[in-house]
Write a protein that binds this ligand. Structure first.
Ligand code: URA
Length: 238
């Protein structure tokens, strides 16, 4: 059961005060009856809510897959820079959304956006071993020595990387598939840089067992289905 003013505010992306004003004006119905008590609690799963004739679709948390383009930052607020939240379509925007994990400004691909802090913590915590898969375009080929170093866990000074997987994609040594389970600052770029290799392009293509939807153009976003959400946590690495 959830308070009706909170549900209206979240679903319509308005302030709690605005939601209360709608309720007091008699614009809100629950199962066909007008409700004017702002403290009313409703069952999100079974009660039917309308506000000003519009059906209220409510879910406690949302989970959004975005194909992040270059040039936007993975943060909730960006001062003078555009964020992944800024570029969401207006109907998807609601309070408290944040990107679950960081991608560099010039990295593209799978960005998960949610308002569920516990979920984000679970999939990002290195302890939970959720693999994140990337495609990296490189300026120089890598060899077996680099593959072994990735697998052993590269020492980046203050940061010690956990074992990671590195393989050539389509047998092209300038195009690498990298799987890591941490999310340290510039991690993949720094791992390659240790071996004199520059990452020219980086794209995240998978989180856990869930692949980035190939139909999502860069900048597009869509909600995850419940089974897709489960696929993220269903894959554990090493
Ligand atoms: N590693 C990086 O270097 N950059 C990213 O955006 C993600 C992983």
């Amino acid at each position: 059961m959830e308070r009706i003013d909170k549900i209206i505010a979240t679903a319509l992306n308005v302030s709690r005060n605005d939601a209360r004003a709608f309720i007091k004006k008699g614009l809100v119905t629950v199962n066909g009856s007008v409700v004017r008590d702002i403290g009313t609690r409703v069952d999100e799963d079974s009660d039917e809510l309308f506000c000003d004739g519009k059906k209220i679709k409510y879910s406690k948390y949302v989970y959004i897959m975005m194909n992040k383009p270059k040039g936007v930052i993975s943060a909730s607020e960006g001062r003078n820079e555009k964020t992944v939240i800024d570029i969401l379509p207006p109907e998807m925007k609601r309070k408290n959304l944040f990107p679950a994990g960081r991608l560099d400004k010039d990295t593209t691909g799978f960005m998960l956006i949610t308002d569920d802090g516990d979920f984000a913590h679970r999939i990002l915590s290195p302890k939970n071993h959720i693999p994140k898969t990337y495609i990296a375009k490189l300026d120089k080929p890598f060899d077996e020595k680099v593959v072994r170093a990735f697998a052993d866990g590269i020492d980046l000074g203050r940061d010690k990387c956990m074992p990671a997987s590195l393989a050539a994609l389509d047998e092209d040594p300038l195009c690498a598939q990298v799987i890591i389970k941490q999310g340290m600052y510039h991690q993949i770029k720094r791992m390659f840089s240790k071996y004199g290799i520059t990452v020219k392009e980086l794209k995240r293509i998978k989180m856990g067992a869930l692949e980035l939807d190939p139909l999502l153009e860069e900048g597009d976003a869509r909600y995850l289905t419940p089974s897709e959400l489960m696929r993220i946590e269903s894959d554990r690495l090493l």
